[in-house]
Ligand binder design. Structure first.
Ligand SMILES: [Zn+2]
Length: 134
């Protein structure tokens, strides 16, 4: 990268959220340089340039390309809700949060472990069956 581009990059990074059109007008060397990178917007291109060593622009699950959010946030982790629901990390997080809720409510990590809860569940079930029959 030549020194002109480097200097303009520093200016760009100091500014927060400037538009591509502003860069084109005020930082033409940087604009030309970044134009070689893939991306729909200037911030996406510059993100790809800054993170080219360790770029994460694909879905953790299916490897589809994900949506670019912003220079600070980068790309989405998943391409869709389906993939996000299939992520082993978020599944184990959900199980953990279920256990915590259950511990708070019933004092056990699984409601069926609690004898009183079990009894209540069985009672309500037999009551229902009884009501159905009569
Ligand atoms: Zn996906």
């Amino acid at each position: 990268m030549d020194s002109k581009v480097k200097a303009e990059l520093d200016i760009y990074l100091e500014k927060s959220s400037v538009k591509g059109t502003w860069v084109e007008k005020n930082l033409p060397n940087l604009w030309m340089f970044i134009d070689n990178f893939e991306g729909k917007s200037f911030s996406e291109k510059i993100y790809r340039f800054l993170n080219k060593e360790n770029l994460q622009d694909s879905c953790k699950i299916c490897r589809n390309k994900t949506q670019f959010l912003s220079l600070n946030r980068g790309y989405r982790e998943f391409c869709s809700k389906t993939c996000s629901n299939n992520d082993p990390d978020s599944i184990s997080k959900k199980i953990e949060s279920f256990k915590t809720t259950s511990m708070d409510k019933w004092g056990v990590d699984n409601p069926m472990k609690n004898e009183v809860t079990k009894r209540k569940l069985i009672d309500s079930k037999s009551k229902l069956d009884y009501e159905k029959i009569n």
